[in-house]
Design a protein around this ligand. Structure first.
Ligand code: CAA
Length: 258
């Protein structure tokens, strides 16, 4: 595997594991991290042996936000012409399932990249927040949008306008994270979920992911139509045939396109 400056990249069976690794800055998200992430995600996208990815950080911080020191001196023209934040979309554009395993701080951009993943499993130590308001700015990578869709306007406004942190229990109650686990089990539990996903047919998990994300973009009628067409499309795959045959024959399915 390639070696990177700001992340650690491993494979565990059919799961790709990316660990943010700038401990001196609590994994603050700088340009170098996104160069590395884009390259690692491209490699996992192209690798038929990878069926799902886990994105994690350290015990203290998933990521404490965009790198404030890197941004501090930019003016509007630099931010605009340089299309500041555009390179972060390597995560939201990744088409295979990707799960965030969050312990410690997930603040600002850290919370935002966790929300770009398909779902978040949190350690009981996790702390989420959009504290940009304290810096004289606002969330710049989906914090006002994905957070609102996940937890509703009232709570999103509270987080974005006060800049307060939310603990893991509140994050689970609000629907920001799918489950909370003890910190020492975070990686195992998340890898287990990712292995389960990676054990299914890859084109089918990709279709499922695409259909769910579509819900954020469309009306119910259009979304249901989109879903129906993708559901129909699964009937064109050997793996759909195999999955249903295996059920009927009371045996585990042997998916071909894993
Ligand atoms: N950018 C750059 N450096 C950061 C950083 C960030 N977002 N967060 C932490 N660091 C650095 C600190 O500067 C410090 O470095 P030095 O030792 O060189 O001073 C090191 O990481 C350790 O941090 P602290 O000493 O502050 O650790 P702490 O335990 O006392 O506090 C914390 C932890 C509460 C997370 C605090 O570091 C903090 O508030 N960080 C900033 C959080 C924040 O505002 N995030 C939003 C960023 S803006 C954004 O993300 C924009 C967007 O939407 C795209």
């Amino acid at each position: 595997t390639a070696s990177y400056e700001t992340i650690l990249v491993e494979t565990r069976g059919r799961v790709g594991l990316i660990t943010l690794n700038r401990p001196q800055a609590l994994n603050a998200l700088n340009d170098a991290i996104f160069r590395d992430l884009a390259q690692a995600l491209d490699a996992f996208a192209a690798d038929d042996g990878i069926g799902a990815v886990v994105l994690t950080g350290s015990a203290k911080a998933f990521a404490a936000g965009a790198d404030i020191k890197e941004m501090a001196s930019k003016d509007f023209i630099a931010a605009y012409t340089g299309n500041l934040i555009e390179n972060w979309t390597c995560i939201s554009r990744f088409r295979k399932p990707i799960v965030a395993a969050v312990a410690g701080y997930a603040l600002g951009g850290g919370c935002e990249i966790a929300m770009m993943c398909d779902f978040i499993i949190a350690a009981d130590t996790a702390k989420f927040g959009q504290p940009e308001i304290k810096l004289g700015t606002i969330p710049g990578s989906g914090g006002t949008q994905r957070l609102t869709k996940l937890i509703g306007r009232s709570k999103a406004m509270d987080m974005v306008l006060t800049g307060r942190m939310m603990d893991a229990a509140e994050a689970e109650r609000s629907g920001l994270v799918s489950r909370v686990v003890p910190a020492d089990q975070l990686l195992d539990e998340t890898l287990k979920a990712a292995e389960t996903i990676a054990g299914y047919s890859l084109p089918i998990t990709m279709l499922a992911k695409e259909a769910v994300h579509r819900a954020d973009e469309t009306s119910l009628a259009e979304g249901v139509l989109f879903e129906r067409r993708l559901f129909h499309a699964t009937f064109g795959t050997e793996d759909r045939r195999e999955g249903m045959a295996a059920f009927t024959e009371k045996r585990p399915p042997a998916f071909k396109h894993r």
